[in-house]
Write a protein that binds this ligand. Structure first.
Ligand code: FES
Length: 272
């Protein structure tokens, strides 16, 4: 006669036999991610100081990544005063982060305590997966396509930041602190995007044998590259998140005149 064996398992939110500081990770995620969401929301609504040196001789134009690509003035002029151009843009990078496989794990733990950590009790005993409202998580691959386009647009911003307009109307190529900040931003965002699980699957996950498909060598190398970066996807996720916030903050400070792009003495020294 078959007997029913039930594992002695205790459910209940926060119940665990773990003795380590398992709560540090979810707490740090809640604070870090929460701080970024608050800051980026504030800056989107702020709707000012997102571009510096626009049309001004001497420097390349610095555009905040939260407002890139900036719609032309003719379109911005049609928007109601309360409608920030960032609202037209941020759904794409925001959706990419929100549906990221790593961030899902992180914020399910930090905000929904579902579960709070490995081997720590949760309030529900049943996993429902990506159903109902969370079905949108399956759109991650499509957000990836937009994220790849944004890398191109942000790279163009770096080039624009390096094109200095002189007082006589000529153009020169130069490097400023702002252009280096924007370059660091697009580099770290590239590391995050190229380490994406969906991208790795796209280049190599749906084939059994690389030597049997077209572009075998190139595809194999791409897959190796994405696999290498993928090992540190969590790291790229956090450093790129910090950098995109910092890049916006730097542009804000320069555009508002709070800090100079470069001290005048240093600029004169370089120009001599
Ligand atoms: S899985 Fe994290 S960006 Fe795709």
């Amino acid at each position: 006669m078959a007997s029913e064996v039930s594992a002695p398992r205790e459910y209940g939110l926060g119940k665990t036999e773990r003795r380590d500081s398992w709560w540090v990770g979810p707490l740090a995620t809640a604070l870090g991610f929460g701080a970024f969401i608050l800051y980026s929301t504030f800056r989107d609504i702020y709707n000012d100081d997102y571009v510096s040196f626009e049309g001004r001789a001497g420097w390349g134009e610095l555009l905040s990544p939260f407002y890139s690509p900036l719609p032309p003035e003719s379109i911005r002029g049609l928007l109601p005063i309360w409608f920030s151009p960032a609202f037209l843009i941020l759904w794409a990078p925001g959706g990419f982060r929100l549906t990221c496989y790593y961030y899902r794990k992180a914020y399910y733990r930090a905000y929904f305590l579902d579960p709070p950590a490995c081997a720590v009790g949760e309030s529900r005993s049943k996993y429902r997966g990506e159903t109902r409202l969370f079905l949108f998580q399956n759109l991650h691959r499509y957000f990836l396509y937009f994220a790849l386009m944004f890398l191109v647009l942000l790279s163009i911003d770096v080039v624009r930041a390096c094109v200095f307009e002189s007082k006589d109307g000529g153009m020169t190529f130069g490097v400023s602190v702002g252009s280096l900040v924007l370059l660091a931003n697009v580099t770290l965002l590239s590391m995050y995007t190229f380490s994406c699980h969906s991208l790795r699957h796209l280049v190599g996950g749906n084939i059994d044998c690389f030597s049997c498909v077209a572009f075998r060598k190139g595809r194999y190398k791409l897959w190796k590259g994405t696999s290498f970066l993928n090992k540190n996807h969590m790291l790229w996720a956090w450093v790129s998140l910090f950098m995109v916030g910092f890049a916006d903050f730097y542009v804000w400070m320069v555009a508002s005149g709070t800090i100079p792009e470069m001290p005048d003495e240093l600029k004169e020294l370089i120009e001599k």
